[in-house]
Design a binder for this molecule. Structure first.
Ligand SMILES: Nc1ncnc2c1ncn2[C@@H]1O[C@H](COP(=O)(O)OP(=O)(O)OP(=O)(O)O)[C@@H](O)[C@H]1O
Ligand SMILES: [Mg+2]
Length: 368
């Protein structure tokens, strides 16, 4: 799969832009703050119906403007699709494929698989467990629509259950409402747990392989899925923690407490990993995610490598470029602040590519 043409109107720092892209490697160079990351985010947006970065859509519209439009010409399975996303301040987002509006955005998510590797991914290591649950959710949702719907439902019922526990204020419930919520939560939690277990299991093998390729077998890494449901049935946990839930006015047990433990040499990478090791960890994780999506969807996802070479030594940079130049990868976007360094990297690179200069919302194609 690849995107052939990208057009933006009022997206972040771009007022109007149209770029013809290469079907393999696209490199964007330019100074800080010129819009390199925003370009990659526009591609991500068209695939996932939202920005990789913001929770709120309003920040994707160019400041002081009323609307934005993103358009992309995608090639997938010998077919050309025109994707369109329009957003007006205070209005519902419109998303169309070949001029036909989607009923639900979830019908689009995952059809055009994409993997972003960004400096902001460090949050996955540094921040709390919610980041890692969000990560699992985002990846699994790209290939398992059922899972996406189950997590949405689970969170909805969980919110209702917590609200009810608050209303009870620590008193015992006089009706069956908690039981009703439990019966809704149990099958959802069990399914989500099963899917996450399988996902982490399969991802780990590929991830370890990529890590040792990039680092040339310097460190041992692993992923561990920790869940209260690993050794217990969810129904038993809810019964056992009934009094505790009443006192806490909150649901203490469930897959909303899951954790994905990221380890290097058997210790949390957060505690012992150097910056370069942490970055290698994240890149290997994302490449594993790429492989995973490719296998289940039988499509090569678009790979967005934002600022990837920062903090890497030359050996690791060379390994990564060699890896992604391989046939097993499809279209790739790479950003770099330094044109000379990018050119030097490309001089040892055998795949075909296009080089673009980004300058304050303008993009020009450079001679390779
Ligand atoms: N909604 C918006 N309206 C106008 N400008 C915006 C909006 N959102 C972001 N920007 C601008 O976009 C620019 C940042 O773009 P981007 O993050 O793509 O830069 P970059 O080229 O990746 O820089 P770096 O090399 O530092 O990563 C900033 O100048 C920021 O002010
Ligand atoms: Mg950037």
């Amino acid at each position: 799969m690849h995107i052939k043409k990208l057009s933006l109107v009022n997206f972040k720092n771009y007022s109007e832009l149209s770029v013809d892209l290469h079907n393999k490697v696209n490199c964007f160079v330019g100074n800080n703050g010129v819009g390199k990351t925003n370009l990659l985010d526009a591609v991500y947006y068209l695939c996932m119906c939202k920005s990789y970065f913001q929770v709120s859509d309003q920040y994707s519209i160019r400041q002081n403007q009323e609307f934005m439009v993103l358009q992309g010409t995608f090639h997938l399975n010998n077919q050309q699709d025109e994707l369109y996303c329009g957003l007006k301040v205070g209005k519902r987002k419109q998303f169309r494929k070949n001029k036909k509006e989607y009923q639900r955005l979830s019908d689009h998510i995952g059809r055009y698989p994409v993997v972003m590797v960004s400096p902001s991914d460090s949050a996955l290591i540094i921040e709390g467990s919610e980041e890692r649950r969000k990560y699992m959710n985002a990846v699994i949702s790209q290939f398992d629509r059922n899972y996406l719907e189950e997590t949405i439902k689970y969170n909805k019922v969980l919110t209702q259950r917590n609200k009810y526990l608050k209303e009870l204020g620590g008193r015992t419930s006089g009706n069956d409402l908690l039981e009703i919520y439990n019966n809704q939560l149990i099958p959802l939690a069990e399914n989500i747990h099963k899917t996450r277990t399988r996902f982490v299991d399969e991802l780990t093998k590929v991830f370890q392989n990529y890590y040792s390729l990039i680092s040339q077998e310097k460190e041992q890494v692993s992923l561990e899925y920790a869940s209260q449901l690993n050794d217990n049935k969810y129904g038993d946990l809810l019964r056992k923690f009934y009094q505790k839930d009443l006192a806490a006015q909150y649901t203490c047990m469930g897959i909303h407490k899951d954790e994905l433990i990221l380890k290097m040499n058997d210790l949390p990478i957060k505690k012992i990993g150097s910056q370069g090791q942490q970055k290698t960890f994240l890149v290997a994780l994302k490449l594993a995610q790429f492989d995973f999506l490719k296998t289940v969807k039988e499509i090569k996802p678009i790979l967005l490598l934002d600022d990837i070479f920062d903090k890497f030594d030359v050996d690791r940079v060379a390994q990564i470029l060699e890896l992604v130049a391989d046939e097993s990868f499809g279209q790739i976007f790479i950003t770099h602040t330094n044109e000379e360094r990018m050119r030097k990297l490309l001089s040892n690179f055998h795949g075909s590519h296009k080089l673009f200069k980004v300058d304050s919302g303008q993009v020009t194609s450079l001679k390779p």
